[in-house]
Design a protein around this ligand. Structure first.
Ligand code: TXA
Ligand code: MG
Length: 429
């Protein structure tokens, strides 16, 4: 049965290869022409692959939502080849303009998205009817080459099925979207005309919103550009705006609850509910649409590992913490362990499958491999739980943002979302 399944998967992958475009001169021109004609083209960036369409073409933009199965309430990021191409897409007031240009000069091309008021050139669905648009100038050479040739601004969310793990390889995109007949510019192709880099950061861009009324920069999503780097950029230009992360205000537990194992003392799953960070803050739906905790989830139940066996301190089950009572045989047959910095290396031989995101505790290495590892984990045949070691030992990301000066905050955020915010303590009988 398993052999048949593997054969079927290989055949499906081979069939889907016809959707790959090699980034030769001809391939890049073809991809650019497809975009101009209103077709969808997925392409690599330095963060993850994006699913692109002409941002000024409403039909094309709506097809992005259809292909991904993404709700229309989740706005899209618009990609341009250079900062000056953004001018006609946004409406900036004087002081805001200075902030926008400061961030553009400091971080573009690169993994930063700036949300500002959209101009009339941007169709409403791109902004999810908010009137605000996220703009990014990617650094990846193929993304840049494609944008230059397309000569249209390109709206692109991550090129995964909605809610699934983001893609960092062309084959990840094919796995999620080939059945939608989406063409994919192959960043891993040996025929590339520009030296092709992989998705060097591996997690999505830092997303900030410029709030001109309160003179604040709100960090909606953590990524490679950190709060301290943003603060440095402001300081250098004498900008006195505040910088504040707003994160994870929606608590929405995964619907993919695992089968409770025998003797498991799991708390009942909480119904989805929203919690504002502070009573004075607007609800998540208004401030950061699309930042639901259930993003980036693998197709099998996933938990942040807070201890297993001898190093599992006694714990009560809560809405956010499961306590699993497993036999050693269960651990051997069902558990995939994704480690970081060898925290659980002594379990390597006793779990079903094991990988370390970075055996040396390097957060950048962990970021680069995270999504590929999550996709690997969900495909380990027979696996029932994915347990992921934490990269940061705190859940208070808002407080941590003040001190963490590398990508580990972004990695912790993606792990938190992959696990729908739920951790696990595993007692081994
Ligand atoms: O690195 C990235 O940002 C990748 C690559 C392809 O550029 N793109 C990406 O897009 O991650 P997406 O759509 O998967 O995630 C963008 C996030 C979404 O959660 C969306 O809700 C938020 O940014 N966002 C985009 N525009 C927004 C806006 N106008 N207002 C509020 N949130 C916005
Ligand atoms: Mg996404």
């Amino acid at each position: 049965m398993r052999v048949l399944l593997q054969l079927w998967t290989m055949t499906a992958l081979n069939n889907s290869r016809r959707f790959l475009i090699a980034p030769t001169e001809a391939g890049l021109s073809e991809a650019a022409a497809l975009l101009r004609r209103g077709e969808l083209v997925a392409f690599p960036t330095e963060t993850v692959y994006g699913l692109g369409a002409d941002a000024t073409n409403v039909e094309a933009v709506l097809n992005i939502f259809k292909a991904k199965g993404r709700p229309l309430t989740d706005p899209l990021i618009v990609h341009v080849a250079q900062a000056t191409d953004a001018e006609s897409l946004v409406e900036l007031q004087e002081e805001e303009r200075k902030v926008f240009h400061t961030l553009a000069n400091a971080f573009w091309p690169g993994p930063l998205t700036q949300i500002v008021k959209a101009s009339v050139r941007i169709p409403a669905p791109v902004t999810a009817n908010t009137g605000f648009v996220g703009i990014r100038v990617p650094k990846h050479r193929l993304a840049k080459a494609l944008l230059e040739r397309a000569q249209v601004p390109v709206a692109a969310p991550s090129a995964n099925r909605f809610g699934h793990v983001s893609p960092t390889r062309a084959e990840h995109v094919l796995a999620d979207l080939a059945e939608k007949h989406v063409m994919v510019l192959d960043g891993e192709s040996a025929e590339s005309v520009v030296p092709s880099d992989p998705c060097e950061f591996g997690i999505e861009s830092t997303v900030v919103k410029l709030e001109r009324d309160t003179k604040e920069l709100l960090i909606f999503r953590q990524g490679a550009v950190t709060q301290s780097e943003l603060e440095d950029a402001f300081r250098r230009e004498g900008i006195t705006w505040g910088i504040r992360p707003v994160l994870r205000t929606v608590k929405m537990h995964s619907t993919a609850e695992p089968e409770p194992s025998e003797g498991a003392t799991a708390a009942p799953a909480e119904p989805a509910h929203e919690t504002a960070e502070t009573p004075t803050e607007p609800q998540e739906g208004q401030v950061a649409p699309g930042q639901a905790v259930t993003h980036y989830a693998p197709d099998i139940p996933c938990f942040i590992l807070r201890g297993i066996g001898d190093n599992a301190a006694p714990a009560e089950a809560t809405a956010d913490r499961r306590v699993f009572d497993l036999s050693l045989a269960d651990v051997q047959n069902k558990v995939v362990l994704v480690d970081f910095n060898g925290q659980y290396a002594n379990w390597q031989a006793r779990v079903f499958a094991y990988r370390d995101l970075s055996a040396t505790g390097d957060a950048s290495e962990a970021a680069r491999g995270l999504f590929d590892t999550l996709r690997w984990a969900e495909q380990v045949a027979g696996a029932q739980y994915v347990l992921i070691a934490p990269v940061l030992h705190t859940d208070d990301v808002i407080a941590a943002a003040k001190t963490v000066t590398d990508i580990s905050l972004g990695v912790a955020d993606r792990i938190y979302r992959a696990a729908s915010g739920v951790s696990a303590v595993v007692v081994v009988r």
